[in-house]
Design a protein around this ligand. Structure first.
Ligand code: SAM
Ligand code: DTB
Ligand code: SF4
Length: 336
């Protein structure tokens, strides 16, 4: 998109690329949330079309490479050692298993492979293993993404040198609500890791979870934090809480669907060039709701029957939905 600007030195109008805003005020964001639903979706869809092909969806597949026994106390998570869930813990997967899963994903048209580990932070030794995985998955011609918890600057540099494309590190919710959900790390810890990743030139994937008992103000503040980072995250996952038995958040009231869709639309308006990912929670959403999320500007999903430890729609179902909607999976440029 471009804007006509008055150039005061020679008093001529010239075309300038519109800068992405990183100065959103909370009131402006709350006003977007308050708009009539159809007006909000119309605005989001208009912005979406200025920046993306509206009929293309980016697909990534997730794999849990190290499962359970996590020392953090995230109250939504099946993998926290502090939550009494029935999850079976597993050591770091072998390179062969990871490569086999990535090949399978590639064969089903997936372009990005995301590997997640239940760590507070990786040790340097475990990072060696993850780096081997990144190298092998990249050599298949796929984009790579990892989510490993907090990182030091040095670890980020090692990941960059290995050619990692994306690092996922969610802010999860507003700074004000954060302490209600997680007590073993701070919001600033999260921001620090995101800052190291951005500075190193690795693409950032950062978003949050809705339906944890937060208010609309918290949802607006989460989006404000993301949109006011020095650069917008390249990918913004919006997760609907997957309620897991044995976690403190199991049984909480589900978020109203229209509020979820509104949040997607506001994310699209604030971060026009970012991929907005309709992430966890799709098994509980019907096709009509997911279609409204696409109309609101969501343009990526996790594809494949597992997320990390919980279910995702089966591939046949997603293929049928995309066919009904006339949507196609995004392909990578041939240069990769
Ligand atoms: N341990 C690393 C971390 O926390 O950054 C990486 C893995 S963690 C499982 C990745 C993200 O998954 C979390 O930040 C959270 O946003 C999301 N997540 C985890 N459990 C979830 C659940 N039950 N429902 C929705 N999203 C969830
Ligand atoms: C993200 O925002 N959601 C994904 C990915 N990034 C790592 C993880 C969702 C996890 C859902 C619960 C589970 O399967 O354990
Ligand atoms: Fe550990 Fe990540 Fe789960 Fe928190 S979200 S308990 S850090 S795996």
């Amino acid at each position: 998109m471009s804007l006509l600007r008055n150039n005061s030195t020679n008093n001529q109008f010239e075309i300038e690329a519109e800068a992405l805003r990183t100065d959103w005020d909370i009131k402006e964001i709350e006003n977007l949330f308050d708009k009539p639903f159809v007006d909000l979706l119309y605005q989001a869809q208009k912005i979406h079309r200025q920046n993306f092909d509206p009929n293309t969806v980016q697909v990534s597949t997730l794999l849990s490479i190290k499962t359970g026994a996590c020392p953090e106390d995230c109250s939504y998570c099946s993998q926290s050692a502090q939550n009494d869930t029935s999850l079976k813990r597993e050591k770091l997967l072998s390179l062969e298993k990871v490569v086999a899963a990535a090949k399978e994903a590639k064969d089903s048209g997936v372009t990005r492979f995301c590997m997640g580990a239940a760590w507070r932070n990786p040790t340097d030794k475990s990072l060696d293993n993850v780096i081997e995985m990144i190298t092998e998955v990249k050599s298949l011609g796929m984009e790579t993404c990892v989510t490993l918890g907090m990182l030091s600057r040095k670890q980020v540099q090692r990941l960059k040198a290995a050619g990692l494309d994306y690092y996922n590190h969610n802010l999860d919710t507003s700074p004000e609500f954060y302490g209600e959900v997680i007590t073993t790390r701070t919001y600033q810890d999260r921001l620090n890791t995101i800052g190291y990743v951005q500075t190193a030139g690795i693409k950032v994937c950062s978003g949050g979870i809705l339906g944890m008992g937060e208010t609309r103000y918290d949802r607006a503040r989460l989006l404000q934090e993301l949109a006011n980072l020095s650069q917008h995250p390249d990918s913004v996952p919006i997760n609907d809480l997957v309620q897991v038995k044995g976690t403190p958040l199991d049984g909480i009231d589900r978020l109203d669907s229209f509020e979820f869709i509104r949040t997607i639309a506001v994310a699209r308006i604030l971060m026009p060039k970012s991929y907005v990912r309709l992430s966890a929670g799709r098994v509980e959403m019907n096709d009509e709701m997911q279609s409204l999320c696409f109309l609101a500007g969501a343009n990526s999903i996790f594809y494949g029957e597992r997320l990390l430890t919980t279910d995702n729609p089966v591939e046949n179902h997603d293929d049928a939905l995309m066919l009904k909607l006339g949507m196609k999976k995004e392909k990578l440029p041939l240069t990769l």
